[in-house]
Design a protein around this ligand. Structure first.
Ligand SMILES: *Cc1c(COP(=O)(O)O)cnc(C)c1O
Length: 235
């Protein structure tokens, strides 16, 4: 636990350095501490070290932590969105990172209207076309974008991706570039603004920042190796 504060300092410094290398302002990157599998106590320690954005990947696990830690925390949902959880997810999280189909987005729009909410979300892109991962294929995102934009309750911030596991951070770079290029071309083609790019995890967040990430999702580099894996875990 006592390492959490020191790890946070180190991760923030590395993000800062990556921003400088890329000629970006460090305040354009949000560090999200991924607290899945960890007790509320770990979140509290990170909070005391100044961390305010946290992410969880399972609703049932997240809700008790969210309730235990009232205060000015920002909770992100980064797990796969299940239809039967949408009604509880929307009011519990500030941003849903992995909206992965038009059908699910349409349903979320309906529920948001019922609940009087305007949820913020990101569209997950299956950038390497992996069967094991959710997300829109790039071509599908283009063909479904008009329909997505008609879902007036949804505040689409940008794109999210989990590139294939790679032996080193450098080999993830071309996937991050591809996600950014896709975002840029969608902005041009549809006259949109998609400012957010949620990409980069413990092994590759610096490269992701160099390539334009605005939200990095960092777990083990802050909290240490997780003791157990969660469903759908990707590495
Ligand atoms: C677990 C998880 C992370 C954090 O992974 P680390 O390698 O521990 O940083 C990031 N994004 C998603 C979607 C995750 O499920």
């Amino acid at each position: 636990m006592q390492e959490i504060a020191a790890n946070l300092v180190a991760v923030r410094q590395r993000i800062h350095a990556a921003c400088l290398r890329a000629g970006r302002s460090p305040d354009t990157v949000e560090l999200i501490a991924v607290s899945k599998t960890l007790p509320a106590e770990a979140v509290r320690v990170a909070c005391e070290a100044g961390q305010t954005h946290f992410a969880e990947s399972r609703l049932q696990e997240a809700l008790p932590k969210i309730h235990a830690l009232s205060g000015n925390l920002h909770w992100h949902f980064i797990g796969r969105v299940q239809r039967n959880k949408v009604r509880k997810l929307l009011p519990s999280f500030e941003v849903i990172h992995a909206m992965d189909s038009l059908r699910l987005a349409t349903y979320a729009d309906e529920i948001a209207a019922e609940l009087g909410l305007f949820p913020k979300l990101m569209l997950q892109v299956n950038v390497a076309d992996e069967a094991s991962k959710g997300g829109f294929e790039p071509a599908q995102l283009r063909s479904e974008m008009d329909a997505l934009l008609r879902l007036k309750r949804l505040d689409i911030l940008g794109l999210m991706a989990i590139p294939p596991a790679a032996p080193d951070a450098e080999s993830a770079r071309h996937w991050f570039v591809r996600v950014r290029d896709l975002r840029d071309s969608l902005e041009r083609e549809f006259g949109l603004s998609l400012p957010a790019l949620s990409m980069g995890m413990s092994g590759d967040y610096e490269v992701a920042v160099e390539e334009g990430a605005t939200h990095v999702r960092v777990g083990s580099a802050i909290f240490g190796q997780r003791a157990y894996q969660v469903d759908g875990e990707i590495g």
